[in-house]
Design a protein around this ligand. Structure first.
Ligand code: SF4
Length: 298
């Protein structure tokens, strides 16, 4: 039993090491398509120049096998663990930690992580409670899905939470999202994906906003009411004129994604998490036998 666990732990570590670097170098096709579509619609000269530079940057990164942005981010993983997957989450965390560290040392990548008070570097993109791992547990399944989402600081700094009251309604949600993005201006390297989390509690709303930015670009929430709000917000945000990199233009956001949860009758939390144009993500499916399938588009 120990041997099997060790092999699977190694497989998860190897997968994490690959996912972190892969995500940083090779952005998914849905994001490439969204950036190309933005370049087709943008009418402002500075906006067009920014988008052409971004598209060229993506091509150069691919040709030179290099990173799409110098900010290697904070490593965030989303794990879906089947109840019969033969490795305990504590060991999965250990594997993700080791894999992140190995990728950073071997590539090498910039080490971003510091103690939050002393600001001293804590190691190769790892530290106390870093990488950050979100968990979902799935009944009647023996697999593991791992999605790596390295989050750049420019866009992560543009995260906002408001505890609206129920009387604020949907209008309050829209106003807060709009105010947040207008206030952020060019800081989060637009055009990107605006992740919105609504409902739940204060902490859960922010978690949902983060989950929203990790979805394939342009996917719609399965709830038609929420999907309609995604479309409305996307259009509203693109009317702000902030444009690519905040230099003015038609395309301020590529998409608005919303995740929601039911909430207390006296709560109406709204969280915004911005994802810059470099919306990096990479996924792997790991079988109970340690086999690994990498998935570019999940
Ligand atoms: S916000 Fe995004 S594009 Fe801007 S520097 Fe950070 S990772 Fe790079």
């Amino acid at each position: 039993m120990n041997t099997v666990e060790t092999d699977i732990q190694q497989a998860v570590e190897d997968a994490a090491a690959h996912l972190y670097v892969w995500a940083l170098k090779d952005i998914p096709q849905d994001l490439r398509d969204a950036l190309a579509a933005a370049a087709e619609t943008e009418t402002s000269v500075p906006g067009q120049r920014v988008l052409q530079t971004i598209l060229k940057n993506v091509q150069v990164a691919e040709r030179e096998n290099n990173l799409v942005c110098q900010d290697t981010g904070i490593a965030v993983y989303y794990c879906r663990v089947g109840e019969h997957f033969p490795l305990h989450p504590a060991r999965i965390y250990q594997a993700l930690y080791e894999g992140t560290m190995r990728a950073t040392v071997d590539h090498p990548l910039r080490s971003n992580i510091v103690h939050t008070l002393t600001r001293e570097n804590t190691g190769p993109n790892v530290g106390y409670r870093v990488p950050i791992v979100h968990w979902d547990f799935i009944a009647d399944w023996d697999g593991l899905d791992v999605k790596c989402v390295p989050k750049g600081s420019g866009s992560e700094n543009m995260s906002f939470l408001k505890m609206c009251v129920p009387a604020d309604g949907v209008k309050g949600i829209k106003t807060f999202v709009l105010e947040s993005i207008v206030g952020a201006g060019g800081k989060p390297c637009p055009p990107g994906i605006v992740g919105v989390g609504i409902g739940g509690s204060a902490d859960y709303a922010m978690h949902l906003a983060k989950e929203a930015i990790a979805r394939p670009v342009g996917t719609r929430n399965p709830d038609p009411l929420v999907a309609q709000l995604e479309d409305e917000l996307k259009d509203l945000l693109n009317e702000t004129g902030i444009g690519p990199m905040g230099l003015g233009g038609d395309v301020t956001v590529l998409q608005c994604h919303i995740e929601h949860a039911d909430t207390h009758m006296t709560l109406n939390p709204v969280a915004v998490n911005y994802q810059c144009w470099a919306a990096r993500r990479a996924s792997a499916h790991i079988g109970a036998d340690g086999s690994v399938d990498f998935d570019r588009e999940a």
